[in-house]
Design a protein around this ligand. Sequence first.
Ligand SMILES: Nc1ncnc2c1ncn2[C@@H]1O[C@H](COP(=O)(O)OP(=O)(O)OP(=O)(O)O)[C@@H](O)[C@H]1O
Ligand SMILES: Cc1ncsc1CCO
Ligand SMILES: [Mg+2]
Length: 262
Amino acid sequence: MAINLLSELRQRNPIVLNLANLVTIQDVANGLNALGASPIMSAEVQEAEPLVQLAGAVCLNLGTLTTSQVAQMHAVGQFAAQYQKPVVLDPVAVGAVTYRKRVALELLAALDVTVIRGNAGEIAALADVDWQARGIDAGTGNGDLVAIARACAQRFHCIVILSGPTDVITDGTRVAKVLNGTPLFQRHVGSGDLLSSIVAAFLAVSTDPFEAAQTACLVFAASGELVARQLTANRPATFGIDLIDKLSLVSGPELTAIQKLE
Ligand SMILES: Nc1ncnc2c1ncn2[C@@H]1O[C@H](COP(=O)(O)OP(=O)(O)OP(=O)(O)O)[C@@H](O)[C@H]1O
Ligand SMILES: Cc1ncsc1CCO
Ligand SMILES: [Mg+2]
């Protein structure tokens, strides 16, 4: 775990190219900006090459996919391989909608994805493990989350982050866990979308994608935990606002003091 990656990120202010969903696009932009990265969103395939060239990393989010956006994702992903830029895939609701799963599998077959970040329902679907996913939510299942994340990483030859009460990070062999967090993340739509883009921001400033993934999970989950400690009641909207503020204020020592890692 390299908490000094946070200061590296803030110093270098990496540009993160996001093909975002239209529900949480502004939260993702503000969250990245608060953390110390420089977000840019795009919905136009014609500008794929120059945007990938200027970006340090790319995040592809399937949340509100359209046919033209999927074509844009293929184009951006191919330029990312050409210019050696890391790619994060957020497979929103692939456990609930067969069409989305097909799109995700086609992207994973065609592109060099560095990290897949999804909840248990999404990662189980990609690993072909039986699970009752529920829309954008993780749903219920009784599989071993580490085994599911590992199977997904081995199948697609990439790093997998299976997020939830415990975040599991694996490259198919190595496994790390971040136990920080708060149930308020689940009450605020788009927590996962922001985490995926923050993973991309850390990939942009690191040569070790496993360490970048682990650090992103800690910074995000622990920032949320620190915010929740200050709230007097369950306030999902306030949590969302305060989380963005906390991403700009949180320090390395503060994170080290509350980190719960395995
Ligand atoms: N019950 C929980 N307790 C603690 N932390 C949680 C809990 N559920 C989620 N988290 C944290 O929330 C963050 C987002 O992960 P989550 O698995 O909720 O994504 P998601 O389902 O894709 O969310 P969304 O669809 O709203 O974007 C992660 O940092 C994770 O650690
Ligand atoms: C609610 C919702 N619907 C599609 S994407 C999204 C945001 C969470 O990913
Ligand atoms: Mg999600």
